[in-house]
Design a protein around this ligand. Sequence first.
Ligand SMILES: Cc1cc2nc3c(=O)[nH]c(=O)nc-3n(C[C@H](O)[C@H](O)[C@H](O)COP(=O)(O)O)c2cc1C
Length: 150
Amino acid sequence: MATLLIVHHTPSPNCQALFEAVLSGATAPEIEGVRVERRAALAATASDVLAADAYLLGTPANLGYMSGALKHFFDQVYYPCLDATRGRPFGYYVHGGNDVTGAVRGIETVTTGLGWRRAAEPVTVTGEPGKADVTACWELGATVAAGLME
Ligand SMILES: Cc1cc2nc3c(=O)[nH]c(=O)nc-3n(C[C@H](O)[C@H](O)[C@H](O)COP(=O)(O)O)c2cc1C
C-alpha cells in the first residue's frame, strides 16, 4: 500500500485547523489504498521519509522563513534521502501572520534540491483561516493522496 507522510509543525490553533483539514482530505473515504502517516516535524526521521511515497509539509512562517522545526527536519533528512526520494510528489501549506514569502521560498528551494515534484499548488494562509482556506487545505490533502491511488 502506498504511504503518504504528513510532516508538520503545529504550534497554534490556527495551524491546527489547517493540519486537520489537510489530514481530513488525505484520509477522505473516496481515497483507497493509501496509508496516511503523520509526524511532528521535530519527530520525523529519515526512515519515515524513505518509507513514504509522497509528502505533505505544513509550517508557520517564522522570522521570514519556514519554522525552525521544519528546517530541522530538512537538515536531518536531506542527505540521507537525497538519492532515494528524487521525483517523489509533495505538497505544502504555510500559515503566517502577514507575509509567508520567505517560508514559501525556503520550502521551494529545499524541495527543488531534493528533486521532489510538487503535485499540488501550495496553500498559504494568513490570520484566522476562513472556510475557503480550510477547503483549500482539504483539497491539498486529497489531491496529493489521490495521486498515490493505483
Ligand atoms: C517569532 C515569530 C516570528 C514570526 N514571523 C512571521 C513571519 O515572518 N511572517 C509571518 O507571516 N508570520 C510570522 N509570525 C506569525 C506566525 O506565522 C503565526 O503566529 C503562526 O502561523 C501561528 O498562527 P496564529 O498565531 O495566528 O495562531 C511569527 C510568529 C512568531 C512567534
